[in-house]
Design a protein around this ligand. Structure first.
Ligand code: IPE
Ligand code: IPE
Ligand code: MG
Length: 236
């Protein structure tokens, strides 16, 4: 089926891995492994449909509060994915970016991320952004701190600052705001994700758990998006 009006930027809150595993009587980490397959499937579907930016909420600042074993295994999974998926990024011409509070990640993970970011920097069919150790309030605060420093001796400059200028201090500087935000697993909340950037984003909620969210489910979300009427407060 042909899909009209493709969103430029699709973002996903990948949720429900733990419940998926529990339903099968397995450890939570098993759901995270299976979820990694959904990442690959959705990345391929996004490239095929002409989406230019695919961003994925992989680990929130709040997720550091999970049991240490789960956190460690999630970080190991991230490390393994970076090492094993180099070919996927190069073959599909995908640029890789990680955004979030990078200072909280281990030096070895940061090094691996830097390596893949540099290797894929010239790829331009699609940009895949992984939000890692990210929260929306953290992002707004770090932007405000950078701004305070930048303008501490320039009150007039500060006075003439506009909304689009503030965008440039967020970690998403240069990346268009999401057109479509998908959240899986039946939860209907933003969980401190892209608070500033989702001001006019279309939301799509589905009961499907993330490990079951594959190409067909991704395409169904795009079809629904194509039916939405985006008015931005105006009258048609
Ligand atoms: C999403 O699945 C993955 C992360 C938040 C890291 P969950 O681990 O939150 O799975 P549920 O919500 O407990 O089922
Ligand atoms: C949101 O999922 C964070 C990610 C998907 C990375 P959570 O499972 O952590 O969110 P809550 O706790 O249900 O809001
Ligand atoms: Mg969850």
């Amino acid at each position: 089926m042909e899909i009209k009006r493709i969103p430029r930027h699709v973002s996903i809150i990948m949720d429900g891995n733990g419940r998926w595993a529990k339903q099968r009587g397995k450890e939570r980490i098993y759901g995270h492994f299976e979820g990694a397959e959904s990442v690959r499937a959705c990345a391929e579907a996004a490239v095929e449909e002409g989406v230019r930016y695919l961003s994925l909420f992989a680990f929130s600042e709040e997720n550091w509060g999970r049991p240490e074993e789960e956190v460690m295994k999630l970080m190991d999974l991230m490390m393994d994915s970076i090492k094993n998926e180099v070919g996927t990024f190069m073959d599909n011409d995908i640029r890789f970016l990680v955004l979030g509070n990078r200072a909280r990640l281990s030096p070895s993970l940061n090094k691996a991320i830097d390596g893949l970011e540099q290797m894929t920097a010239g790829n331009d069919r699609m940009t895949m952004i992984i939000f890692l150790s990210y929260s929306g309030k953290w992002d707004i605060l770090q932007a405000a701190k950078k701004l305070a420093l930048r303008y501490k001796d320039d009150p007039e400059g500060l006075d003439s600052l506009e909304i689009k200028d503030f965008d440039n201090y967020l970690v998403t500087a240069g990346i268009p705001d999401p057109d479509l935000l998908i959240r899986t697993s039946g939860e209907e909340r933003i969980s401190n994700y892209l608070l500033w950037q989702c001001a006019y984003t279309e939301f799509y909620f589905t009961d499907i758990l993330w490990p079951d969210f594959r190409k067909n489910e991704f395409r169904a979300a795009l079809e629904e998006y194509a039916q939405r009427d985006r008015r931005y407060g105006k009258v048609k």
